[in-house]
Write a protein that binds this ligand. Sequence first.
Ligand code: COA
Length: 247
Amino acid sequence: MPHDFARLERLLLVAWPARETQKLHGWTLLTDSGATGRANAVAPLAFEGAIGAAIGDVQKHYQSRGMRPTFRIARGACAPRDLAEVLSARGWRPSQQTLVMAAPIATALQTLPDPADITLGPDYPDAVDAILKETSATPAEYEERRGLAQRTPAPRAFALAGTASVGLCVVVEDMAGVFLMRTQPAQRRKGHARRILAALLRFGRDAGAAHVFLQVEASNDPAIALYEGAAFKTVYSYDYWREEPRR
Ligand SMILES: CC(C)(COP(=O)(O)OP(=O)(O)OC[C@H]1O[C@@H](n2cnc3c(N)ncnc32)[C@H](O)[C@@H]1OP(=O)(O)O)[C@@H](O)C(=O)NCCC(=O)NCCS
């Protein structure tokens, strides 16, 4: 089944909710503490009005909070359709290309091992906290991701392999979103993430999802290898667009 990019973008906003969401000129402006990309950028899925004024309003919104104005643009699913070209002409540039990968859950499960020893539950457990802290680049990133994970809607399940590895599945409509896949550095390449993924996909299937989707940075070779090995394919990609400082 070909995936509808715009629909996946809309489901992502529901599954991974920033602290603050507001509409501006039809765009969705996400604002959190400024530590991670997805929760601190414009999701331009619909648009109305004059483009120059709208970009100016975005700049004011983020700058007034001490943040760098950022658009997260999925080419083929943004509004207006030529937004990337408009921003490029104004000196904005893309970075941090991120892949949106998806798979039919039944197909992915055929590739994955039995998740017998994985614990699953709807509440954010202390062990998740410890892994998240250890694997975040900064305390601010840890705090923001923790808030995002705690805010995710039901039905959801956190999966844990002891204190070694974690993942989160959030089901929206008929799609399971996978987030927060992390294994403690000393515990990697022992198959923990594959078993976590298997447990999350079984949960998603039992909660009514037929397909799974996730986001992974295009430079994250280990994670992409994990997902490709589980029958995930890239559906589309998005970039973060920011204004280059003038020299
Ligand atoms: C990505 C990550 C979760 C994988 O966890 P893990 O428990 O080490 O993964 P597994 O041991 O289950 O590996 C499963 C498969 O993924 C692939 N893989 C995992 N790490 C890899 C690496 N460093 N290089 C190449 N392939 C890798 C391999 O195909 C591996 O199977 P194999 O060991 O039989 O070859 C872990 O590296 C991690 O926490 N990274 C930092 C956080 C992150 O980037 N998360 C993903 C966000 S989308």
